[in-house]
Design a protein around this ligand. Sequence first.
Ligand code: BES
Ligand code: MN
Ligand code: MN
Length: 462
Amino acid sequence: MKSAKPYTQENKDRFLNELIELLKIPSISADPSYKEDVLKTAEAVKTALENAGCDKVEICETPGYPIVYGEKIIDKNLPTVLVYGHYDVQPPDPLELWDSPPFEPVIKKTKTHPDGAIFARGACDDKGQMYMHVKALEYMTSTNQLPCNVKFMIEGEEEVGSSSLGWFVKRNHEKLSNDIILISDTGMIAKDVPSITTGLRGLSYVEVEVTGPNRDLHSGLYGGAVANPINILAKMIASLHDENNHITIPGFYEKVEELTKEERAKMAEAPFSLENYKKALDIADVYGEKGYTTNERNSIRPTLDVNGIWGGYIGEGAKTVIPSKAYAKISMRLVPNQDWEEITQLFTNHFESIAPKAVKVKVTPHHGGQAYVTPIDFIGYKAAEKAYEKTFGKTPIPQRSGGSIPIVALFEKELKSKTILMGFGLDSDAIHSPNEHYGIWNYLKGIETIPQFFHFFTELKK
Ligand code: BES
Ligand code: MN
Ligand code: MN
C-alpha cells in the first residue's frame, strides 16, 4: 500500500471542509428537539459513503435513530473489515463556556495543535474520527488500492446507549458478518506516543429519586422534624465510598478482574507525568482509590460517580423550603467480569437498604454495557501495530482506556468478532466538554494510517 500522505495533503482543504459541513448539523441524540438534525446527519453520512465509493448504502430504520450501512465487496474470498462509528454527538451545554458556538466550526491553533484544530461539538467524538474512515475509503477506492472488503455501520445513538444498534445487530448477523471490527472513537497517549486502545470500561447508569414529605414545606415550621430528602440523599451518596475510596456496595468488587503484578508493571511503563496531569486540570492533587495509581484508577478499576444532583430551590436569592424530592444521576464504570445488569441490581438493593424509613427511594436504570478487553497476540492487533509503525515510525503502546463503548462487547457476543480500537484523539481534545476540538494533524494522520491497517490485515490473513 502506497503512503496516503500525498493524497491527503493534496485533498486536505476538501477533507477539512467536508468535515466542517458535517459538524454544522447539531445531531444531539439526547434531545428530542434535534430529531430533524439527527436524521439530516444520517443522510449526509449516506451521501459521503456513496461519494467515497461504497456500492450499497442504505439508511436502516430502527426503533430509534437510523443506522447508516454501506459496503464495498470486491471479492467474497477476501477478508472483510467492518467499520463502526457514530454520527450523534453529546449536548453542547454549558453553552456559555464555549469560545465559539459549538455548531459553527472554526479552526484555531493551540499549543498541542500548532497546525490547527477544528473546534466544534463532535469534532473528535466521533464525527471527525468516523469521517477519517470515509476519507480513507475514498483514498483506497480512487487509487485502486482497496485490498479487501469493507462494511460501514454508523449509528446515531451511541451517546445515549446504542439500544437500537443492539436491536439491529441481533437481527443482521449475516449482513454484518466480518473478520474484524475497526473503530476510531478513542484516544492515543500523545502525538509522538501512538497507542492502541486495548480495553474499555463497562457502564451502569442509574437515576435515583428520594422523596420526603408529599409537598415542599416551610423550612422553619417543619425543619428539624421531617426528613429533608436532599440532606438524606447527600448522606446516602457519601456513604457509597469508604475512607479509602473503595465502593461500599456489597458484592461490587466480587468479580473484578485483578491484574497481575507483571501486568501492572507493564502498564506503568507508559509515559505519564502526574505533574502535567494536575497542571492541565488545575488541581493541587489527584484523588481516588487507595493502592492504585492514577492510570490504574481511570482504566482497570471500577468507579462510582455522581454526574448530576438536583432538587429544592436553586433560583435567585433565598427561599426557605424543605423540598419534597431530591434526585441524582449516578454512573458506575465497570471492568472485565463485572456484569452491568448485576451491578445495577446490587446498587439498587443497596441504595434501597440504606435509606431511612423517613424517605422513599426509587432507582431507575438508564443504560449500560459490559467492559471489553482485546488481546494483543492476534493478527488484528498485529496489523494495527504495523500500520502505526508505518505512519508514526514508532511501535504503538497498548493502553486500556477508562471510557466506554458498550456496543463493542455486544459485537463480540453477537458477531463473534474482535474489535480494534484505533483512536487518534487526545485527552486534551475536550470531548463531552466545552470547546471540543480535533487536531488537523490527528485527522490527517488517521486518514493515512487506516489504509495501512487494511493492507496489513489482508496480508496477515493470507
Ligand atoms: N467515544 C466515547 C468513548 C471513549 C472516549 C472511549 C475516549 C475511550 C476514550 C463514546 O462516545 C462515549 O462517550 N461513551 C460514553 C458511554 C455511552 C454509553 C454514553 C461514555 O464513555 O461515557
Ligand atoms: Mn464516541
Ligand atoms: Mn462520547
